[in-house]
Every structure is written in structure tokens, then in C-alpha cells.
Ligand binder design. Structure first.
Ligand SMILES: [Zn+2]
Length: 317
């Protein structure tokens, strides 16, 4: 209990909301100050630096990036300019996207061109929030230990699905998991906007990642967008993740099975959105996640794919 109390004062959370979304950035104060994630470019001046200043923290020695999405790595360039000695760590499979926002744009978003068409300034505003391209200091993999001191050392878990190289950090000293965006639940609500659809590009990886997190049996789970969960809230969230996966598995399969003709990814997404998911923004996330389910159904031999007029189409076997 004493340890838990001590740790709770040394784990601080920087609240860095953007566009109606909640975002909390853990700041660990051990033998050195370490941030878990960097927010996006505008988060640094708006939230991170004012927090550090108020807390009397004059230097940050490391940022550990949970995954290569702009609201988690976009602040790196600006942080590095304030703290030139800053080291940057990220899961190996996400490293190239963190180092090259343009590559991140091409491989994460542009691969869905034709199936999802971003509005005019989507690309520009996203790249702007990815900040100045910054080189990573080290790639992390499963089991790596990160020394923070004061009983707060972290071990690295590789939990792909939301992004290819997503990692979480487990602090054994406090039974505390820094989970990033591993738990997608039923998506992310933003104040005054439609919900963002859960994003995971491979449902099999997603199930494995949920299983790993649950097996750890953490006392506290610090998420980026759903706050910090105690055991009860964590088990509700895990169930919500699993229920959504079950539901979406069945619905994607039902849409393809009942179509009677091959459907493009866009057509599958439109039907799902119109029938069941109107409360969600019709954005990139719905297309990317459904694509993962179509590939999964193809792997199970339920579905075949063929190219029609230059676009991939999917049909029940
Ligand atoms: Zn994310």
C-alpha cells in the first residue's frame, strides 16, 4: 500500500485534449522524467510544456511512444527542440512511421484510396500535427526493460492490431499498465462530434492483444483516451472490446453473405454504416477495421476476393 501511494504521486497525467477527444499523457518521475507518448504537435505548447513548468520539471530524458499515430508521436519534434538530449523509443514495427510522417500517411491512409476519400485538407492537417520528422533513438521489443528508478521500471509488451508495432508498458511495482490505445471498446467518443470507429487492422492480433492484457491482471490500466481504469472498469472495457469484435465479425459476414454479388470494401463499409453504425463518423477507421475482417474471413475460406474494374471485391464462397 505504501508502495502504491508512493507510485501514485510519481505517476502524473498530463491532460492534453484535442478536437473534443480526451488524451492523457503519463509522466513518470523516477530517477529521471519520462513521458509515455508525446501528444501531437500542438499538444506540446498547449499542454505538455505548461504542465512540466508548473511541476518544476526542467528536463525530460525520454519519450516512450506507444504507437505511430499522430496524437501519440506528433509532439516529438517540438519536444526534442526543447530537450535536445531527449531519447525516443518506439516499438520496432512502428519505428519507420514515427520517423517519417509521409511514409505513415502513405502506408496507413493512402492504401485505402478509392475506398475512403479524405476531405480536402485532411492530409495537410494530419501531416501538420505529425510535427517535424524526428529520428528514433531505439526500437523496443517484447520483454525489454526500461529503467525509470524508484520502483517504477517498465517492461515492454508488444500488442499489435491498433497499429503494427503498438506497445504497452507494464510497471510491476504498481501493477500498472500503460496501455496506449490497445483497448478500442466501442470506439472513442468526442465532445460535439460523431464517435470514432474502433481501429484495429487485424482482428486475430486484436484478440491476442486483449488476451495478453487480461492475463496480466493489472490493478490499474492507464489508457490514452478512456482515462485510468481500476479493476472493475477494466473488466467492463475488456468485455466491451470482445462484444464489439463478436458483433462486427457477424455483421461483416452477414453483409457479404447476403449480398449475392461481389462487394468492394467501400460497399461493405457503406452497408454496415447505414444499417448499424450511423452514430460513427464515416472515416478512415471504419474502412481499415472492416478490411481486417474481410481478410480474416478470407483466411477462414468463407470469402473470396477478386479484382473488378481495378478494385478488390469480396464475395461469399
Ligand atoms: Zn491510436
Amino acid at each position: 500500500m505504501v508502495i502504491a501511494l508512493q507510485i501514485s504521486s510519481q505517476v502524473q497525467f498530463i491532460q492534453a485534449p484535442f478536437n473534443g477527444y480526451d488524451l492523457q499523457i503519463p509522466c513518470l518521475l523516477g530517477n529521471r522524467a519520462v513521458l509515455i507518448d508525446a501528444g501531437m504537435d500542438s499538444s506540446v505548447e498547449a499542454w505538455i510544456l505548461p504542465f512540466l513548468q508548473k511541476a518544476g520539471i526542467t528536463a525530460v530524458s525520454e519519450v516512450i511512444v506507444t504507437h505511430a499515430h499522430m496524437d501519440h508521436f506528433g509532439g516529438l519534434g517540438r519536444l526534442k527542440s526543447h530537450f535536445p538530449g531527449l531519447s525516443i523509443s518506439v516499438g520496432g514495427a512502428d519505428r519507420a512511421w514515427v520517423e517519417s510522417p509521409l511514409l505513415h500517411w502513405e502506408q496507413m491512409y493512402e492504401v485505402y484510396t478509392g475506398e475512403w476519400n479524405p476531405h480536402d485538407n485532411y492530409r495537410e492537417s494530419l501531416l501538420k500535427q505529425c510535427g517535424t520528422p524526428t529520428l528514433v533513438t531505439r526500437s523496443l521489443q517484447w520483454g525489454d526493460q526500461i529503467e525509470i528508478g524508484c520502483g517504477m521500471d517498465l517492461s515492454v509488451l508488444e500488442l499489435p492490431a491498433h497499429s503494427p508495432g503498438h506497445i504497452a508498458l507494464y510497471m510491476q511495482g504498481g501493477c500498472m499498465l500503460f496501455a496506449g490505445d490497445v483497448l478500442q471498446g466501442r470506439g472513442t467518443a468526442a465532445k460535439g462530434r460523431l464517435c470514432t470507429f474502433p481501429l484495429y487492422v487485424d482482428p486475430v492480433d486484436y484478440r491476442a492483444s486483449l488476451h495478453t492484457v487480461e492475463d496480466l491482471d493489472p490493478t490499474w490500466v492507464c489508457t490514452s483516451h478512456f482515462g485510468t481504469l481500476d479493476r472493475a472498469a477494466f473488466s467492463v472495457k475488456i468485455k466491451q472490446c470482445r462484444d464489439f469484435d463478436d458483433e462486427l465479425s457477424e455483421r461483416v459476414w452477414a453483409v457479404v453473405r447476403k449480398a449475392g454479388e461481389p462487394l468492394s470494401l467501400r460497399m461493405v463499409a457503406d452497408r454496415l454504416h447505414a444499417t448499424w453504425y450511423r452514430e460513427y463518423a464515416d472515416e478512415f477507421q471504419i474502412v481499415a477495421t472492416i478490411h481486417g475482417y474481410l481478410k480474416w474471413l478470407m483466411g477462414l475460406r468463407y470469402v473470396t476476393s477478386e479484382e473488378i474494374a481495378g478494385r478488390m471485391h469480396w464475395a461469399a464462397r
